[in-house]
Design a protein around this ligand. Structure first.
Ligand code: ZN
Length: 785
């Protein structure tokens, strides 16, 4: 401070501020010497009135009389103060005051009044020269200047928070852990609640009241450091708390290590000593390792649905909605992951630069503030920088005119002051405002454009932004912290897309998503196994054993033709059964170059067998093909039954796509045993059907719910669908995987994330067109299997 008041008690100054500086006798002053670290002291003998010098600079001239060397011939010296310092001093100086001036320059002037013609010296002091003027005062005077402070009359003692006693009035320092910005309490007073903590790890909640908003601590965020003077400690319901007592005063400092230590206060008179400086530094250091940094400050681009957070922003516009709510249009230079809702008001009601707001519409959010905050909101200046505390977000679906639905983020500042809800104007000097300004200056105003032509013009302008929010940054962050229970086998270059964005885009497209499996259909896993034709894409149920039996019995009515037996391809044997009216069964053993192979390598063709018989033979022989006698050759029986049975595995063919060929064609394969189903199918003109899992996954990523269909033979689950029907272990593995994806008895929050690739496609049924989604190129993470 360029002007300091030091209180004197019985002629003795309370603090010795100048002990670090060297005092200079008047007589030893010389022009041109460095007096930046030195001071002179004397009694104010003459004070002239304030004049304005060149450039209209204020000039104050005084004469100081040295007390110690009163017999010296040079015991009076003129001091000229310039500029603001001159004005301030003029308000404070009284003749007879003891004054010290530190940091000055000495000039000489040929004085016509000098009795002996000697050059007379004078001092120049001004703020730019870092001059400091100390005035010793006997009592506090009624003066006011911005550049002075009152040096303390007493040395303040600060009580650690673990040593507070009810009924005392104390001075404390602490780090803010929680606060409510000043609000109008029920009376006419403003109230603020501040919880602080210090190195003793003891917390103290303080209820602070004042008739003026400004007199309460100017806290911007948790982690700020406060100094309270004259805080009354009381015990209420066994809790120690602090309340304002008469003369309460506070200073607030930024809590960040290394930030300049500048006290925030509305008070013009306060002391701040080197010891205070050390207190603040010590608390900063302690807080940096003991208090987690305030995580409630969130940028709009990181906002999640259903979140409470503090926002630093600039006010672009405001409007009264009704008596109980008020609209604030703000921005912070970043874009929300969902478009902001738009509160319906007439343009006329909106205060602010409409064209500017329109230009920034994709970066602007609408906040509704309620009840007690309405009064505060009314007086906010458009353009000012705000911190809004405990702002609440909700995700709402909005129905557009074209019947499309869109998800939009609502922002509410609910009534009351719970959880510190409130609004505070930040000064331009605030470091967060500084940062915000930089972001605003570099904000991408063109960011509202649509990508890939996906954004349809039929959407309302205000919702246009959704399409371009192709990624949900906050979700990304959160998701990255959790491993996925599935992994992609391809297309890693694809960016993740939130489901809500996918749901409103046209097909066909491919996406990478991350979602949870809310539920799935069918619940019975065995029902999920189907037969799929890779050629015509028809899906059909796996035939029931009962149905198979009936078809086989019908086939058995055709009597095996002996002319077709014992060929170069196979040796034949025929039985007549005693049951069921003497059914004839023929078995043809396919030879390998004229020689019958071992049964375990042997393919047999069977005519007239029952399912039970086929099963028995399939256990013994490598492969079984049910056949019947045709005109010239044996024929594959009927594609309703398996065309090939290997062990317990049934191979089916597509009735639509297959063009059956004579059994003799197997000749081309006899060298190439074992019997590979696809090769057998090929030579017999059969398009084999695939066993696949067909399931509907109801996926939820918090932004939307999407039904995606999974058709997988063995890649997704790493379990062959063709074998699951006959293998208990595989069925168990499958149950385990599904139970892990979608655990019963827990909330969806606890479900694992699934990273999936999905593709959209159009399905037309009748006149209706529908977009469907299918999972592809995704597999269950290995450690799950
Ligand atoms: Zn087909």
């Amino acid at each position: 401070m360029p002007l300091e008041l030091i209180k004197e008690v019985n002629g003795v100054p309370e603090v010795e501020l100048l002990s670090e500086l060297n005092k200079v006798d008047f007589r030893s002053l010389q022009p041109g010497c460095d007096y930046s670290k030195k001071y002179i002291q004397g009694k104010l003998s003459i004070i002239s009135s304030l004049t304005s010098g060149g450039n209209r600079t204020a000039v104050l001239k005084i004469a100081l009389q040295e007390q110690e060397n009163s017999d010296s011939d040079i015991n009076t010296i003129n001091v000229l103060f310039f500029g603001k310092l001159a004005k301030d001093c003029a308000k404070v100086f009284y003749e007879g005051d003891t004054i010290a001036v530190a940091g000055f320059s000495v000039l000489s002037a040929s004085s016509s009044t000098g009795r002996d013609g000697k050059h007379c010296l004078f001092l120049k002091a001004f703020e730019d020269f870092r001059s400091t003027v100390y005035v010793y005062v006997k009592s506090v005077r009624d003066f006011s200047t911005e550049s002075m402070s009152l040096v303390p009359t007493t040395h303040y003692i600060y009580t650690p928070l673990n040593q507070l006693k009810g009924g005392t009035i104390v001075n404390v320092y602490g780090v803010v852990k929680f606060f409510k910005p000043p609000y109008l309490s029920k009376g006419t007073d403003y109230c603020s609640v501040v919880t602080i903590v210090d190195q003793t790890n003891v917390k103290l909640t303080c209820l602070l009241f004042s008739g003026s908003y400004e007199a309460l601590p100017i806290i911007y965020k948790n982690g700020d450091i406060v100094r309270f003077h004259r805080l009354k400690i009381q015990v209420y319901k066994k809790e120690t708390q602090g309340i304002t007592s008469s003369g309460f005063a506070s200073l607030t400092f930024e809590g960040t290590l290394g930030a300049p230590i500048i006290p925030r206060t509305s008070s013009k008179y306060f002391n701040f000593t080197a010891e205070d400086h050390r207190m603040v530094e010590a608390l900063r250091v302690w807080a940096s390792t003991h208090i987690s940094p305030s995580s409630t400050l969130v940028k709009l681009c990181d906002v999640q649905p259903l979140q409470y957070f503090d926002l630093t922003c600039q006010l672009l516009g405001k409007a009264e909605v009704d008596g109980a709510s008020f609209l604030l249009k703000v921005w912070d230079g970043t874009r929300t992951p969902f478009p902001s809702w738009r509160v319906l008001i007439e343009d006329l009601a909106l205060e602010g630069d409409l064209s500017h707001i329109h230009q920034l519409q994709n970066l602007t959010i609408d906040i509704l503030v309620y009840d007690n905050h309405v009064q505060v909101a009314k007086f906010l200046k458009v353009g000012s920088f705000l911190r809004i505390y405990s702002l609440h977000t909700k995700l709402q679906s909005v129905n557009l005119e074209n019947q499309a639905t869109l998800l939009a983020l609502e922002f509410h500042l609910h009534g009351g002051t719970s959880y510190g809800r409130g609004i505070r104007v930040l000064p331009e000097s605030n470091s967060d405002v500084d940062q915000l300004k930089k972001v605003l200056e570099s904000a991408d105003l063109t960011a509202g454009q649509c990508f890939d032509g996906i954004c349809q013009s039929e959407h309302e302008d205000s919702f246009r932004s959704l399409s371009s929010s192709g990624s949900v940054s906050l979700y990304e962050v959160e998701r990255c912290q959790q491993l996925s229970a599935t992994i992609l086998t391809d297309h890693h270059y694809l960016e993740k897309t939130p489901l809500c964005a996918i749901l409103k885009q046209k097909a066909p497209q491919q996406y990478r998503i991350r979602a949870k499996l809310r539920s799935y259909k069918p619940r019975s896993l065995l029902q999920s196994v189907k037969l799929h034709c890779p050629k015509c894409h028809a899906l059909q149920e796996v035939p029931h054993e009962g149905d198979l039996d009936i078809i086989l019995q019908e086939g058995a009515t055709i009597i095996p033709d002996t002319k077709l037996q014992n060929t170069s391809l196979y040796d034949s044997k025929m039985w007549t059964t005693k049951d069921q009216g003497e059914r004839k069964v023929a078995v043809h053993f396919v030879k390998n170059n004229g020689i019958l192979p071992l049964s375990s390598d042997c393919l047999i063709l069977i005519e007239g067998g029952t399912l039970g018989e086929i099963y028995k033979l399939a256990n013994k022989f490598h492969s079984v093909i049910p056949v019947r006698s045709g005109y010239e050759d044996l024929e594959v029986l009927d594609l309703s039954v398996p065309f090939l049975i290997q062990g317990k595995v049934h191979h089916y063919g597509c009735k639509q796509c297959s063009t059956l060929r004579p059994i003799q064609n197997l000749n081309s394969l006899v060298d190439k045993t074992p019997w590979i189903p696809s090769s057998v199918a090929e030579v017999l003109g059969i398009v084999p059907l695939q066993h696949v899992f067909v399931m509907t996954f109801i996926l939820d990523d918090g932004t939307g719910v999407l039904e995606a269909y999974l058709m997988d033979s063995d890649k997704f689950f790493q379990i062959p669908a063709s074998e699951i029907l006959i293998n208990d272990d595989l069925q168990q593995s499958m149950e385990m995987i599904m139970g892990m994806f979608c655990p019963s008895g827990t909330k969806i929050d606890a479900y694992p994330w699934l990273e999936c690739l999905i593709k959209s496609y159009n399905v037309t049924s009748g006149t209706e067109q529908q977009i469907c989604y299918q999972i592809f190129d995704t597999t269950v993470a290995e450690d799950l299997i």
